[in-house]
Design a binder for this molecule. Structure first.
Ligand SMILES: [Ca+2]
Length: 191
């Protein structure tokens, strides 16, 4: 038995420097529901939901709720073309994942930033994550895994150029797109 549960609100702006705030992610505050966001899911077993609404966080604005139970994933994703890695990423999320205690199962909830080449091929990523069970996702030369407290609202901010200093497996000159991904995942079986 596995349950994964993710509750997230994203305030997402990728800007070329703090002074000139051009938001590259559209509808990052979900004021227009899911406009510009792509919903992806694999509902092998269990249930899933991706929906926008105002009641997940007590502020008056909308948040996005992403939930997958039991097996596989539900996601919301948006990519933007970038001409530079001088970007600021900011977001707010409440992440929670759980497993039923069966050995070998795992789950995670994440707010991730993906670095892609011009063809959309994944070069690496930064994951703010809450893991449960035997999840082995870890930091590598192309992946920064930042574990956060579960069930509380966390504010995230990173300067992409500085972040890439810690990801030597990514050639920043190859980055042409950046995607924001909100994902809830569970194995639902040993694996
Ligand atoms: Ca709200």
């Amino acid at each position: 038995m596995k349950i994964v549960f993710l509750l997230v609100a994203a305030l997402v702006a990728a800007v070329p420097g703090r002074a000139a705030a051009q938001e590259l992610i559209r509808n990052g505050r979900f004021e227009d529901s899911l406009d510009y966001w792509t919903v992806e899911y694999n509902n092998a077993q269990g249930s899933w939901e991706v929906s926008a609404g105002p009641d997940y966080h007590p502020d008056p604005d909308n948040e996005l709720y992403v939930m997958k139970s039991y097996q596989y994933y539900a996601r919301a994703r948006q990519a933007a073309s970038v001409s530079s890695t001088e970007l600021l990423f900011a977001g707010s999320a409440r992440l929670a994942a759980m497993t039923g205690g069966t050995s070998g199962y795992y789950a995670y909830a994440t707010l991730a930033l993906e670095y892609q080449d011009a063809g959309g091929v994944l070069l690496g990523r930064t994951m703010f994550i809450h893991k449960a069970g035997s999840c082995t996702l870890a930091t590598t030369p192309t992946q920064h895994v930042v574990e956060v407290d579960s069930g509380v609202w966390n504010d995230f901010e990173l300067l992409v150029d500085a972040e890439l200093d810690g990801l030597p497996g990514i050639n920043r000159n190859d980055i042409a797109r950046v995607a924001v991904v909100l994902e809830s995942y569970g194995t639902g079986r040993t694996g």
